[in-house]
Design a binder for this molecule. Structure first.
Ligand code: ATP
Ligand code: TZP
Ligand code: MG
Ligand code: MG
Length: 260
């Protein structure tokens, strides 16, 4: 699927937050996708309809931006374009939880990606969410399956171990490195990377999402190997490098995935 993304260079319409906009665009370019960031109500429907996939990320939300995300999401749905939602900070404030729920009510989401605390708060499970960082005690697989069933989508709960499920089948991914949590936007960029993989794999959203998360974790591991003595600034650069350089053969060798 990585080869397919690089060959097809899918257009990814990103409606994301101001913190991670540049990192997301560079990360998608490094992967081999073609990012476009667009927010104006005059154009979001047009762009979403011709994109390979649409990314909705509520990280620095306003009421108006959520309205525009719904316009874009519904246009994507009409055109058969898959939509990824990252409910950044859901659970931290009522506004974030309710805005995520509004999107989930009004747009058919293909993939919901968040940390455990964010996903838990959307399905009404008690969670600790401090700003944009969230966690929860308990069973991540059960949580992810519950969200996938409730919102009829593929759900990805990330953390030290990532869980990907469509509510029935599930995979865990043990790749990645803790330094990924020290660079802002690694969660957000992952939403864009998943969007690129599902854009080129219309008939296997679960498989494409699992491949995207595995590829991404391996890029993090390889970046750490090259920069562990240097620090997080070097790691951030190396991570972008690895998003470009990782090959499908390396993924075959390094992947640590399990079917649950
Ligand atoms: P948070 O803000 O809570 O950190 P996030 O939205 O940034 O959440 P993460 O859960 O940090 O998202 O996931 C981003 C990427 O980092 C994923 O690829 C995940 O596998 C990886 N990752 C996160 N924590 C770890 C860890 N402790 N060890 C290995 N990989 C990790
Ligand atoms: N504040 C609002 S959005 C954002 C911050 C710090 C970025 C969150 O990025 P990530 O990928 O969830 O770490
Ligand atoms: Mg993070
Ligand atoms: Mg996040």
């Amino acid at each position: 699927m990585l080869v397919e993304v690089r060959k097809e260079n899918p257009l990814i319409h990103c409606m994301t937050n101001v913190v991670v906009t540049n990192f997301t665009a560079n990360g998608l370019l490094a992967l081999g996708a073609s990012p476009v960031m667009a927010y104006a109500k005059e154009e979001v429907a047009d762009l979403a309809s011709v994109a390979g996939a649409l990314l909705l990320n509520i990280g620095t939300l306003s009421k108006e931006q959520i309205d525009q995300m719904i316009v874009a999401g519904q246009a994507a749905n009409r055109a058969g374009v898959p939509v990824v939602l990252d409910p950044v900070g859901a659970g931290a404030t009522a506004f974030r939880t309710e805005s995520s729920q509004r999107i989930l009510d009004q747009v058919n989401i293909s993939v919901l990606r968040g940390n455990a605390g964010e996903i838990a708060s959307l399905v009404g499970v008690e969670a600790k969410v401090k700003g944009v960082d969230g966690n929860m005690e308990g069973d991540k697989l059960a949580l992810a399956k519950r969200a996938a069933k409730q919102f009829q989508c593929v759900c990805v709960v990330t953390g030290e171990v990532d869980v990907v499920t469509d509510g029935i089948s599930a995979h865990s991914i043990h790749n990645g490195h803790a330094w990924m949590t020290k660079v802002v936007g690694t969660g957000c960029l992952l939403g864009g990377v998943i969007a690129a993989f599902i854009a080129v794999t219309p008939n296997d959203c679960l498989g494409a999402t699992t491949s995207a998360v595995t590829y991404y974790g391996i890029a993090g591991e390889r970046a750490y190997e090259k920069t562990s003595g240097l620090g997080i600034g070097a790691f951030q650069q190396a991570f972008l490098n690895e998003l470009q350089l990782v090959t499908d053969q390396q993924i075959e060798q390094l992947k640590k995935t399990e079917t649950l």
